[in-house]
Design a protein around this ligand. Structure first.
Ligand SMILES: [Zn+2]
Length: 130
């Protein structure tokens, strides 16, 4: 869903997951104008209309991405929202990667003795990786 700001012509990309069935406020990343929008099934219902309100209000859902008419991304704190994660508590951790003798990546390596508890790997017993 695209919200093109009539004031500054910045294209605000309202990503489908949070804006699928949404009634509330969003803001233009370019000029901070707050808009009231309603969407149903990923489509805008009616027009987005400017409403009074501060862009920092907690009920204003930021667009996922925005760019100018000449395709320059609008970035910065409070301009767009970070991408949603499947699990907010998992930031990802590099897995132990080794290379074979030809220099190609191998997806795993033999466990060392200190990584084992009894007959089970330590990361399984403790519920975490090294
Ligand atoms: Zn604008």
């Amino acid at each position: 869903m695209l919200l093109k700001c009539p004031k500054c012509a910045v294209k605000n990309y309202l990503d489908p997951y949070p804006f699928w069935n949404y009634t509330g406020k969003t803001k233009c990343a370019g000029c901070d104008t707050v808009y009231a929008i309603e969407s149903d099934g990923g489509h805008l219902v009616g027009e987005a209309r400017p409403v009074p309100g501060k862009p920092t209000d907690p009920d204003v859902l930021l667009p996922g991405f925005a760019d100018t008419p000449d395709f320059q991304p609008v970035v910065g704190e409070g301009k767009t929202r970070p991408a949603p994660r499947a699990r907010a508590d998992v930031y990802g951790k590099p897995k132990p990667i080794t290379r074979n003798v030809r220099g190609r990546l191998v997806s795993g390596r033999p466990l060392k003795a200190e990584e084992l508890i009894g007959s089970r790997a330590r990361f399984i017993v403790e519920g975490k990786e090294s």
